[in-house]
Design a protein around this ligand. Structure first.
Ligand SMILES: Cc1ncc(COP(=O)(O)O)c(C=O)c1O
Length: 362
C-alpha cells in the first residue's frame, strides 16, 4: 500500500528534489544570512515579531495542533500523528496540489459526483486533466454502480461530504467501499470542508485502515477564518511526501499560522463550538420558515451551514432579493438544480432581513 502514492504520482515528481528553501534546509545559528531577508523592521509594524523573516516550511506546530484537534474525535488508539497533516492555503490549494501531484495533463483523470463543489472540475480543466462526472442518484446519494467501475487512468475520486451545494451527507459505508474498490489504483479525496457542522461523520478515523483515503479540511467555515486561508490535507505520509515536494517554498504566512493555532486552543475550540451550535440552531429555525413560504417547492436536509431550496421560479426570487441587497447562491446553471438557490446561514439579523424580504415577494 505504501507504494500506491509512488505508483500514482506524476512521473516528473518521482525523483524530483524539492526546492531547497532556506527553511527547508534549516540549521541552527545566531546570524541568519541565508535567505536574502531584510534585517530591518518593516514600516508601521511592531518590532517584537520577525516580520522580515520567511515563515517555516510547513508549520509543524500548526500541524500538531490540528492533528490533536482531530484526534479528540477519535478512539485513543487511532490518535492522528501530525506527520499525516499538512497545512495548505485553504482546501482549494489542497485540491490544486493533489491534482498537480497525481494527474498528468492530457493523460489522467479525476472523478466527481455532480452536482458538487465546482473547484474540482475547474482545477482539473485548468491543468488539462479529464473529468468524469457521475451524477448523484435519488436524494443526492452516491451512484454506486458507476463509482465501483474501474476507469483507466483515473487517479483521484473527489467526494464532498457533506456535499456542497446539496447539503446532504453521503454514506460513509459507500465512500469506504469506493476506497476499497480503488485501493490499488486511485486516491479517494473526501472534502470535509463542512465537517465541523456534523463532527461525528468525519472519515479521518478511516485513514489508518484505508491508506488511499485523503481528507481535505478547512478553517474557512465553522472556525470563521476564511480570510487567513488555512486548510489541511490529512493523509498517509507516503501521499503527503509527494504533495510537499510540489508545495510552494514558504506556503503558510506566519500571521495566519499564529491565528489558526490560537483558534485551535481549548478556548478557541470552545468558541468555535458555540458559534457552530448557534449556526445549527438558526439553520433549523430558518429552514422551517422557508419551507412554509408559498413560492417554495422543497427545502433539502442539510448537514452544513447552508441549505438548498427549490423555488417555483428561482430567477425571480434571486432577482427580488438582489434588488434588496441580499445575495444568495444561484444554482440555476446546474442542470440537476434548475430553480434552486443555496442559502448560507448568516446572523439572526441577516436571516430575518432575508425572510422579511421573501415574505414581501410578489
Ligand atoms: C466543499 C468545499 N471545499 C473547499 C472549499 C474551499 O475552502 P477554503 O476556503 O479552505 O479554500 C469550499 C468553499 O466554499 C467548499 O465549499
Amino acid at each position: 500500500m505504501k507504494f500506491l502514492a509512488k505508483k500514482l504520482v506524476v512521473p516528473q515528481l518521482v525523483d524530483l528534489e524539492p526546492y531547497q528553501s532556506a527553511r527547508r534546509i534549516g540549521g541552527q545559528g545566531q546570524f541568519y544570512l541565508n535567505a536574502n531577508e531584510s534585517p530591518f523592521t518593516p514600516y508601521a509594524m511592531p518590532s517584537d515579531e520577525s516580520w522580515q523573516r520567511y515563515p517555516d516550511f510547513l508549520p509543524q506546530e500548526l500541524a500538531k495542533h490540528y492533528a490533536d484537534y482531530l484526534s479528540a474525535y477519535l478512539r485513543p488508539e487511532l490518535k492522528l500523528s501530525s506527520s499525516k497533516v499538512i497545512a495548505v492555503r485553504g482546501a482549494d490549494e489542497g485540491i490544486d496540489l493533489l491534482i498537480r501531484t497525481f494527474c498528468q495533463s492530457r493523460i489522467d483523470g479525476i472523478r466527481i459526483q455532480t452536482p458538487t463543489y465546482s473547484m474540482y472540475e475547474f482545477i482539473a480543466n485548468a491543468h488539462q486533466v479529464a473529468v468524469e462526472a457521475i451524477p448523484l442518484s435519488t436524494n443526492f446519494t452516491l451512484a454506486m454502480e458507476e463509482n465501483l467501475k474501474p476507469q483507466q487512468n483515473l487517479k483521484l475520486i473527489f467526494i464532498c461530504n457533506p456535499n456542497n451545494p446539496t447539503g446532504n451527507l453521503l454514506s460513509a459505508a459507500d465512500i469506504l467501499r469506493i476506497a476499497e474498490q480503488h485501493k490499488d489504483t486511485a486516491l479517494v479525496v473526501v472534502d470535509e470542508a463542512y465537517s465541523e457542522f456534523c463532527p461525528d461523520e468525519s472519515l479521518v478515523s478511516e485513514i489508518a485502515s484505508h491508506p488511499n483515503l485523503v481528507i481535505l479540511r478547512t478553517m474557512s467555515k465553522a472556525f470563521g477564518l476564511a480570510a487567513i486561508r488555512i486548510g489541511f490535507i490529512v493523509a498517509d505520509e507516503s501521499i503527503l511526501e509527494y504533495v510537499s515536494t510540489l508545495i510552494a517554498p514558504y506556503p503558510i504566512p506566519d500571521p495566519s499560522a499564529k491565528i489558526a493555532i490560537e483558534a485551535l486552543s481549548a478556548g478557541g475550540l470552545q468558541f468555535m463550538n458555540k458559534q457552530r451550535d448557534t449556526s445549527l440552531a438558526l439553520k433549523k429555525k430558518y429552514m422551517e420558515i422557508v419551507a412554509a413560504l408559498p413560492m417554495v417547492e422543497n427545502v433539502y436536509p442539510s448537514y452544513a451551514n447552508f441549505f438548498l431550496v427549490h423555488f417555483q421560479d428561482s430567477a425571480k426570487v434571486f432577482g427580488w432579493l438582489r434588488q434588496h441587497g441580499i445575495i444568495l447562491r444561484d444554482q440555476n446553471r446546474v442542470t440537476a438544480l434548475k430553480n434552486h438557490l443555496r442559502i448560507s446561514i448568516g446572523s439572526e439579523q441577516e436571516m430575518d432581513v432575508m425572510i422579511n424580504c421573501l415574505k414581501e415577494f410578489s
